[in-house]
Write a new protein. Sequence first.
Lengths: 358, 358
Amino acid sequence: MQRVGVIMAGGGGTRFWPLSRQQTPKQLLNLTGRAPMICETFDRMARVIEPGNIYIVTSALQADGVLEALAGRTDRSRLLTEPEPKDTAPCIGYAAAVIESRHGQSLMLVTPSDHYIRDTDRLTEVWETALDAAENGDRLVTVGIRPDRPATAYGYIRYDTETDAPVRRVFSFHEKPDLETAARYLSSGDYAWNSGMFIWRTDTILSRLREHAPDIADAVSRIGKAVGTQQEQAVIADAFHQMRRISIDYAVMEPCAAQDGVLLVPGNFGWNDVGSWDMIEALRQPDSNGNVLLGDALALDSRDCVIIARDRFVSAVDMDGLVIVQTPDAVMVCRKDKAQNVKKIVEALQKAGRTDLL
Amino acid sequence: MQRVGVIMAGGGGTRFWPLSRQQTPKQLLNLTGRAPMICETFDRMARVIEPGNIYIVTSALQADGVLEALAGRTDRSRLLTEPEPKDTAPCIGYAAAVIESRHGQSLMLVTPSDHYIRDTDRLTEVWETALDAAENGDRLVTVGIRPDRPATAYGYIRYDTETDAPVRRVFSFHEKPDLETAARYLSSGDYAWNSGMFIWRTDTILSRLREHAPDIADAVSRIGKAVGTQQEQAVIADAFHQMRRISIDYAVMEPCAAQDGVLLVPGNFGWNDVGSWDMIEALRQPDSNGNVLLGDALALDSRDCVIIARDRFVSAVDMDGLVIVQTPDAVMVCRKDKAQNVKKIVEALQKAGRTDLL
């Protein structure tokens, strides 16, 4: 069965403000120093899927930036533009409908665009296992990451850990837990982190959407019928306007898991969703003082700091555990252990109508 | 006797980096939000001395900046340019020589250019008292500040505290003490902070220089003879090249105090030498969270911070006791309780040859 890939690149990315902006979300940032994250995602996917069969779903605002980043890898014909953000269920339904229409029934691999993977070889093996499992069955397949700490920033998946088989049954999906719950999940050994990667046949996912989210399935079906017609864009706009905002986890994965309809391939491939500034350390080797310094940056008598100097000299003295980010129009200072609070600054800017800085 | 003022404005000002630079030292900064410190100094002095009789001693590098700041108050004819920095004894000797040459024997008031004074009326009274004492005698007069904390950043003067007289005898000058010594000075009640303000007759200071620093007096005397001649600039350059680097306290005040040759007028007029970023709070009222925010600055869940945003948006979240300064070419972050460590950054820049940032 033909393999088709979908890279979800619609994220707004306030957590890397001021480096990330509405038009330059995290997936377009070159946080690793090698290439924008979306390029690395594309190249990883191209190991298992023909590059011409890889689609990118993004927003109109980000389309040009995505194309620019992926120049030489793909073109506008593989760009699926969402008229408005409606979370992952409409996004995935939209992609599945377009793929079925253009390629016929296909084997579909969906992945976020902005995660870091250290061991691409291992990921490739995991994906191949998952693609096999999805192709030879009618279940939804996901990839689970074995947790090594009680992270509260990730969703969790309870799955069958009584076996060593490469593919396991999923029992249930769980939202981001509080620390106590996360610690319980971790020590039980029965949970994996939800990687946001999904593998299934297009007919399988469209059937499951029909079963568990018929309203989304209706809208998606209308899109599928309009693909290649003059009405395509208008139908997509209308369908997205009508669809509710809902994640694929809520809409499909949870109810399917309850009916033994979801499989999981566990994997350890140095995965990090790089959800906030403190995660930069996963991408960049800190120096002997624990500092990550990018650009024209100086840290004296300081440790465990992240300093990013885009186009000016940035200096710190006597600092511990700080994140300092300089861009051409803004400076942001936060604590590394509270890096998620950057969003408070973004919210304050939104409230103040500072669109110049968003 | 004619009164002549001297504002010493030669300071390099690394302690307010990155706002202060070689060409824009602290005295040219508008830290109060009203006017550059040198302007406020000039205006205070103009209360007791004819503005046309006020001289400013500065470096060649800073001369244009000084003139620009004082535009409308004075002109280049009252600017005394030091060819190289040799500390306060050569500076004061040079000024005294020029003044005697141009104005004859005069009553001379010397003050730093970069101190903050809250109560100008009270300072004016103190100066009048000091000018009277200096005019009617042959002793060197200084102004002492009653300490309210065991400051280690100031020199101390031990003086006669057994009387309530407005003018007191000075026993000795003391360098910046360690904290223990400063605490002892404070609790003894016998010490004043050295304000760096001096009042004397030109003939008195020139005689004392002759007595205690004859080499400086020789050089100064050569300058005096050259004033108004074609050789003036060449002689000044040569004299400064020959003079050693020495403060007026070491060269003259200390030995004279030992010979009962120094008087002190104690005063409380809200004096602050604004020696480092943490002193900004003396100039700018902090908000209810203890933050001083200047420019396009935002502090969320933060307290006791100083944030200066010159031309960009600067934001901080979850910060306590930090100083963040943004200028068009640099960002600096330090702890308020270690604000003096800014000099470590400047030293590192000097070592690295980063003249673009000095």
